[in-house]
Design a protein around this ligand. Structure first.
Ligand SMILES: [Zn+2]
Length: 244
């Protein structure tokens, strides 16, 4: 999972959420709206981890029992709501998030009190893929949420959700990251070389997730090539050649 301090950019959203945490003014439902790779999932994870952290501060401590469970994605009170497996292809998920999945993973589950925390957080990934029936099922929960429930709907576009859902949620719109934000994250947090980081930041168009994948792929390719070169050299010249 994550801490707020790990998140690149999105200052106003971080400020909004930490203010709500410190003032006990958490809403029952949020829409996190933004392009893929802008950090919606990381923000959802940081928010839920901080909300359930035993230290109750403006950021997750990262070391209490709750934080460790959150970081391993084994926290019983942080539930990820996802599309089900495609019955015809186990490696894929269904195209939509259907009413049955939403009922099983959220609507019926939310009635059960939190296992160990004051809150129970549901992170609905790709919420725009909910069918109209699934959205209507969730709407009933949003109309009368249990006091401990916090529902985070992650979407690329909020208008993919029914107006009745939107009116019951606080919508936070994520902005694409700047080239400078992406570049400094890649060099400082991921150990990517400055020249590669600059290049990937320029092509990423604000999509940090894509920039990380490409830069790390490139790093892995370079390391693989270096390893293959060494093996080749060893087979031709003997192992002493690569040890000197
Ligand atoms: Zn903690």
């Amino acid at each position: 999972m994550a801490k707020f301090s790990d998140i690149v950019g999105q200052k106003s959203i971080k400020a909004h959420l930490t203010h709500a945490l410190l003032n006990n003014s958490i809403s029952h439902a949020y829409i996190f709206e933004g392009e893929e790779g802008c950090g919606k999932m990381l923000m959802a994870q940081a928010f839920s981890q901080t909300l359930l952290c035993e230290k109750q501060a403006e950021d997750a401590c990262g070391s209490c029992h709750s934080c460790i469970q959150a970081e391993h994605e084994t926290h019983p009170d942080i539930i990820f709501v996802r599309r089900e497996e495609d019955p015809n292809n186990k490696d894929k998920r269904r195209k939509t998030l259907g009413v049955q999945a939403v009922r099983e993973q959220l609507v019926d589950d939310v009635i059960v009190k939190p296992y160990q925390s004051a809150f129970k957080v549901y992170i609905v990934t790709e919420a725009e893929k909910m069918t109209p029936e699934a959205q209507n099922a969730i709407l009933k929960t949003l109309e009368e949420p249990p006091s401990y429930a916090v529902i985070l709907l992650l979407v690329t576009r909020a208008d993919a959700l029914l107006p009745t859902i939107r009116s019951r949620c606080v919508t936070l719109s994520f902005s694409p990251l700047t080239e400078g934000e992406i570049e400094s994250y890649l060099t400082n947090q991921r150990g990517i070389s400055p020249s590669r980081a600059r290049l990937e930041a320029r092509f990423a168009r604000g999509n940090l997730g894509q920039a990380i994948r490409k830069a790390e792929d490139e790093n892995a390719q370079t390391q693989k090539k270096r390893m293959l070169d060494l093996i080749e050299k060893a087979s031709v010249e003997g192992t002493h050649a690569i040890l000197t």
